[in-house]
Design a protein around this ligand. Sequence first.
Ligand code: UDP
Length: 383
Amino acid sequence: MALRLLILMSDTGGGHRASAQALAAALRRRYGDQIETTILDAWQGHAPWPLNQVPKSYSFLVNRTPWFYSALYHAGERRRVMGAVIGVAAMWSDRRFMAVVEAHRPDAVLSVHPLLQEAPLRILARHGLSLPFFTVVTDLGSVHPSWFHPAVRCCFVPTAETAAQAQRLGLQPTQVRVLGLPIRPEFGQPQPDQTTLRRALGLQPDLATVTVIGGGEGMGPLRAIAEAIAHRLAADGRRAQLVVICGRNQRLQSELSRVAWPVPTAVTGFVDNMAQWMAASDCLVTKAGPGTIAEAMAMGLPLVLSGYIPGQETGNVHFVVDHGIGVFAPKPAQVAEVVSRWLGPDQGERLQRAQAARALAYPHAADAIAAAIAAELGLCRPR
Ligand code: UDP
């Protein structure tokens, strides 16, 4: 009989679901019908009001009142505050969460979300269940303390920084494994050369390419950033083109499609072939989303970070800047200046950063974590 793994996530940003899917796919690919995975948005579908509003409120808070979101984030860093909040959440969610457990009868639980350690562990313990519980941390630098719970079987972290933090916060070295941030397998596979790819994507094959992206939702001042870059590239006479990936932000996509751009520019909505767009690019402008950063590193793409979600993405900015993978440029004019420099005749700085990105990347993190989980659960050899 297949071993059942319940994967807990929540759609606060697109990254948690993407990581959950990458892990489920890797487990399926390697272990076939030996393991059955269920991905559960634990807040949205399976918690009572007001906890089921967490994903929606997240989007509202982050976009409309980032200062308030930041205050909540930092308040939650205090153990006592978080303990009290989670205690209430665990009580409220007990019945619904146990209904899920009874329906799926998992043999093990895996969380890819910072708010889904303490509450499910408390509920399971209250009902006398001690299932193997795994955490996969999906932020890169200094992360929220709620990621780390001493009762987990294993905590998979993406970087040395997060491993050190896990141990500072009470996890044993044997519980912590540094295996990278799980991304889709195509980011670890060889891609056609840039000329071929650009042609296939409808771009100019022989122009240097900068791609601008704002996470899955197309967040941030993408129009101002794209316009600043395009005008700067034109003013500096660069042989370059611009790609703007608007994600699910359809309003932005239709707005940008009507702009008269001073350099060749492609505007697109949500793309399913991000690895190809990245491989066709020479540098990437993005907010500090961990998924996009990990993917760009796997593709050896230097980064200009144009913004971050205060609190949760702050550590990602430090990670990128401290390791020389990219620069932080919070103003559109600063972004444009860096991009034009990198796409100019002196390629030295861009190539150095590309090398730093590649050196720290874990393109096969999903497979490595899947293998480690399978070993912990005693699964047979992969197919
Ligand atoms: N993404 C995608 N297509 C798009 C835009 C984004 O596949 O058109 C993916 C991107 O490759 C990454 C995820 O969405 O895997 C965004 O995750 P990240 O952690 O960077 O930011 P979030 O959206 O969670 O804030």
